[in-house]
Design a protein. Structure first.
Length: 94
């Protein structure tokens, strides 16, 4: 089950991984990023431009977090969800 990391430090579970649910969870268009351990993390594509609050937990997890902070809420997938996501046609090579 995916976890929503809120900027206020709260965490919530997310079972619906549809585009609409992900966009609602991060408050806008999504951008796919990765955590240090390779899990998928969705963030708000315009978090910095929109002046969203710093997300400390997501920044610590982000693979480039020491140089590039995450602004706004984020959704982190489990390793099983990440593997399933990678097997979709979006990631598959021809």
């Amino acid at each position: 089950m995916a976890t929503i990391l809120r900027t206020n430090g709260r965490q919530e579970r997310l079972t619906d991984l549809s585009l609409d649910a992900l966009e609602q969870a991060v408050g806008g268009y999504i951008e796919l990023t990765r955590t240090h351990d390779g899990r998928v993390m969705y963030i708000n594509e315009n978090g910095k431009l929109d002046g969203l609050l710093l997300n400390r937990k997501a920044t610590l997890l982000y693979q480039y977090g020491e140089h590039d902070p995450i602004m706004g809420d984020a959704v982190v997938l489990t390793m099983a969800e990440t593997k399933a996501e990678e097997e979709t046609s979006y990631y598959a090579s021809d």
